[in-house]
Design a protein around this ligand. Structure first.
Ligand code: FSX
Ligand code: SF4
Ligand code: F3S
Length: 379
């Protein structure tokens, strides 16, 4: 049996198991869609687009649709550690709710500090209840890095001043799968930037279970929803890259799908922000774009209900989905070429050719990336 047929069968089996569980949400997804004026046709279009985004062939769109309808059978606990809440914002950014945001509204979101009405003791009780009631069944999403210095006391949460470290351990113990939402939770992010006074860490460094890392500061709402959908559909992790990021989202370089790539290849660069070249939409490499070293689907999926992404809005990619980007990708408005390609004395005018040359001899950006992000495996 080919792999897609086997995967389809796995999905069918998983969804049958979920269907046998009682619904947690009293209102069905169909009703919710109807209430928001989203037609069945739009929903099926969304299902087909989601299947395509997950690199699955068209027949899988039926599974996506069914998984969306069963999304409330998988309880979701979302913890906020040390971060700016941009990940939650990214998810909620759509001005008019589209299917992705509605599904998030529909999943059984048991605990989410930004969205829930409860506060104080009540919030804490909700969390304790969800952890014990759904032990072994819930999906755990964690946003933010975990400060570990001083026994974790740089971050305490709730009325009992539980440290982030403790809370993470307690919630992770009963989780069926764990998603690190954003670069902070995946790799430490801005909290872990040098000199990292609180010894902040990505959650995988504190856990023994596998963690799916969704790099991005913040990650797009499609990468968050797509990952949740994949888990609901198959009950397992998707194929992951060397930094445990889903390949369907982080498998290609920003640079390779960028709409300004033709200008890069033609040597047409913005020299300073606001110049004539900027007005023409030329390449932003010389003003610091890190797209050649960054893996993410921003150019194809974009943000804010697919409306825009950093390069389209006129600023270079900052490499925000890569480990340690605050330290390794800075200065954000200067090319990295000189530091990276030491010895080659690459001027910004020739660096395009140099990067292309390296690719041609088989040294891809992943290899370059791993030179300065190689600490990932050291726990
Ligand atoms: Fe902020 Fe999330 Fe950046 Fe971090 O995003 S957008 S600092 S990845 O944890 O809230
Ligand atoms: Fe696009 Fe940046 Fe690559 Fe230029 S360097 S083509 S702006 S990703
Ligand atoms: Fe981040 Fe670059 Fe995308 S800065 S949002 S990975 S374009």
């Amino acid at each position: 049996m080919d792999t897609h047929a086997a995967l389809y069968q796995q999905g069918q089996q998983r969804l049958a198991e979920l269907r046998a569980l009682p619904p947690i949400n009293p209102v069905s997804l169909q009703q919710k869609l109807k209430d928001h004026g989203i037609s069945r046709r739009d929903f099926m279009k969304w299902s087909a687009a989601t299947a395509a985004m997950l690199a699955l062939p068209l027949p899988f769109s039926n599974l996506v649709a069914e998984a969306a309808e069963l999304a409330d059978r998988v309880p979701l606990i979302w913890l906020n550690m040390a971060e700016c809440t941009g990940c939650s914002e990214s998810l909620l950014r759509a001005t008019t709710p589209d299917v992705s945001t509605l599904i998030f509204d529909y999943v059984s979101l048991e605990y989410q500090e930004v969205l829930m009405a409860a506060a104080g003791m009540q919030a804490e009780q909700n969390l304790e209840h969800a952890i014990s009631e759904y032990h072994g069944r819930y999906l755990l999403a964690v946003e933010g890095a975990v400060p570990t210095a001083n026994n974790g006391t740089f971050l305490t949460i709730g009325p009992k001043a539980t440290t982030g470290m403790q809370l993470l351990q307690e919630a992770a113990a009963g989780a069926a799968a764990i998603i690190a939402v954003g670069t902070c939770s995946s790799f430490g992010g801005v909290q872990a930037a040098a000199p990292n006074p609180t010894d902040a860490k990505g959650i995988h460094k504190l856990l023994t279970q596998p963690v799916i890392n969704l790099g991005g500061c913040p990650p797009s709402e499609v990468n968050i929803t797509g990952t949740v959908m994949y888990y609901i559909m198959f009950g397992k992790l998707p194929a992951l890259d060397m930094f445990n990021r889903p390949k369907w989202a982080y498998g290609a370089r920003v640079h390779d799908n960028c709409e300004r790539r033709g200008h890069f290849d033609a040597g047409e660069f913005v020299e300073v922000f606001g110049d004539e070249a900027a007005k023409q939409g030329y390449c932003l490499y010389k003003v610091g774009c890190k797209g050649p070293y960054t893996y993410n689907n921003c150019p194809t999926e974009r943000f804010n209900a697919h409306t825009s992404w950093p390069v389209l809005s006129g600023h270079g990619c900052m490499g925000c989905s890569e480990p340690d980007f605050w330290d390794t990708m800075a200065d954000f408005e200067k090319p990295l070429g000189r530091q990276l390609l030491h010895g080659l004395d690459a001027t910004a005018d020739t660096v395009g050719a140099v990067i292309l040359g390296l690719t041609a001899v088989g040294i891809g950006a992943h290899a370059i990336g791993s030179l300065f992000a190689g600490t990932y495996e050291d726990k």
